[in-house]
Design a protein around this ligand. Sequence first.
Ligand SMILES: N[C@@H](CCC(=O)N[C@@H](CS)C(=O)NCC(=O)O)C(=O)O
Length: 280
Amino acid sequence: MSGTSTYTPPEVWKWDAQSGGKFTNINRPISGATHDKELPVGDHPLQLYSLATPNGVKVTVMLEELLALGKSDAEYDAYLINIGDGEQFGSGFVAANPNSKIPALIDRSTTPPTRVFESGAILVYLAEKFGAFLPTEPAQRAECMSWLFWQMGSVPYLGGGFGHFYAYAPEKFEYPIDRYAMEVKRQLDVLDQHLATQRYLCGDEYTIADMANCAWYGALVLDNIYDSEVFLDVKSYKNVVRWASEIRQRPAVQRGGRVNKAWGPEEEQLIERHSASDLD
Ligand SMILES: N[C@@H](CCC(=O)N[C@@H](CS)C(=O)NCC(=O)O)C(=O)O
């Protein structure tokens, strides 16, 4: 690692809209809507505005798991928000999530409708509403919440840190790639050691903590995201691979993974979902 710096920060940071990298056209240092656009509304109580990224998939997996349990009030309409086209900055979406990021849920079974943003908050909201996938016994609930919040806090180092610098940045910079590769491998080791002694993150019961973590770390060890399988030696985290492979076999996980998917083989895509038969 060379210590030579090629950049001296100015006294006051200024926005360079052309800074490069894959998402340069949607990144902005300001929040709020860029244009007026109402969100579509379907017939079901739950309205989801999302995209089949790992953060989006957490929620569609949860909804499909609830339906598989027979919770018919968990029926939902899922609309695509194309973040590459800036749809997260439409006025309707910003009203649902002032942070302009998918996923956002609106529960129209309440008066007034309840908006929920942040995938972890959506998982907890649905788990409490339907009484499923979140233990009620205090110690088990604490363990489940701990692994859920662990995911929410850890993943920005994986996606925003490692993924950004290894796959999306305009150049390969050694320092950030080194820093974030080390952190992601440390995170994988945390999961691997924990899963060495138990089936799921919180013991024998599959919970929202598994849904949240598997959407990201399962994809990392099974799907070669960021083209990093070899670089990070992900297959060496055998307990994580075992845990993710088992969860992947669940029909609800396979169904949820297809909702709001606008890429990949055509038979795997489902731009919008309005009924169970859309996935059958
Ligand atoms: N902490 C948020 C993160 C959500 C997030 O980063 N969503 C990304 C897609 S995975 C997004 O909408 N990006 C659009 C943007 O940054 O403008 C959550 O878990 O819900």
